[in-house]
Write a protein that binds this ligand. Sequence first.
Ligand SMILES: NC(=O)c1ccc[n+]([C@@H]2O[C@H](COP(=O)([O-])OP(=O)(O)OC[C@H]3O[C@@H](n4cnc5c(N)ncnc54)[C@H](OP(=O)(O)O)[C@@H]3O)[C@@H](O)[C@H]2O)c1
Length: 334
Amino acid sequence: MEQRPCGKSGIDISVYGIGAWSFGGGADDYWGNQEQTEVERIVHAALDMGVSYFDTAELYNDGRSEESLGKALGARRDEAVLGTKVLPQNCSREGVREHCEASLRRLGTDRIDIYMVHWPLQEHSAEEAFGALMTLAQEGKIRAIGVSNFTGPCIREALATGATVAVNQLHYSLLSRAIEHEALPACIEHGVGVVGYMPLLQGILTGKYRTLEEVPWYRLRTRHFRGDRRGARHGGPGAEEEIQAALDGMRRIAEELGEPMSDVALAWVAAQPGVTCVLAGARDVAQLEANARGCSLKLSPEVLERLSVLTDPAKAKLGPDLDYWESPENSRAT
Ligand SMILES: NC(=O)c1ccc[n+]([C@@H]2O[C@H](COP(=O)([O-])OP(=O)(O)OC[C@H]3O[C@@H](n4cnc5c(N)ncnc54)[C@H](OP(=O)(O)O)[C@@H]3O)[C@@H](O)[C@H]2O)c1
């Protein structure tokens, strides 16, 4: 498995990273139930195939994702690069320390390899939050500082505090290309690695749903889809026509190449300039193996260009806002 650098941090991670949002999930959680035995099978198979990056957050299943991941890694913890996230509202000087220590306890480790601020700061200043993170780094509680969903100006503000920002974790898929407007160029300019999340748009880009009507309602809450759908809170018009056309076109290209559509979707993200890692969830070992293969697939420049052109109309319709869940007025990425 190819390993790529996380910006200037000196840490390398695998091009395929495991998203652990579903780990530790129960019946009432977003992803539903995920058995610990299955999590352990996924984590060990991933390590065996050279997948080194594992991503979680204090938010995921109220901390149970961290607990589940830590337990699954067990004695093999040192083989992994462990990333977790603190919510921006917890980023006061004392808050960062308290929440980091709570994550360390749940993960069952003495250090977090990449500790990220989950969304741009609102109530706490960059000096306060990143100052506290730099102190934790000096103490060895964290190895590198990262951010998530940060716009170009937010990244520059973080860097101005003197912090080295290893990665910016951003929603990036063939149907979610808002980062190309300015966050991605800013990351490239400042040497911040991009970890692209939801590259399969929660399964929609795998081709397993022929039409959007087959997709479970809770995966249709983003601005890609009409705001009057159940669970959506953005109130926007969606881009369903453009998305259906892009999915049909992708299916044709995948058939032409003789590759599964999910491999094509992952390979496209892995090939984009500035991308360090493609972060996809896996519910079982079969999905893990498929995703590892997809992230390692090399597409020709012509195919990459055709895929980009195919999804340009969806990109134009959805605009530059990095927050795909909220309306532009309520965007958390400002
Ligand atoms: N920083 C942030 O704000 C943020 C936000 C969201 C996510 N993330 C991170 O990114 C990770 C990935 O995002 P995600 O899990 O939401 O979305 P995703 O990776 O696009 O989709 C994952 C889901 O798609 C299905 N799937 C995965 N591989 C498949 C395959 N090969 N064939 C068929 N179906 C497949 C699985 O669900 P089913 O089998 O149930 O269909 C899986 O749980 C998260 O776990 C999390 O670590 C970060």
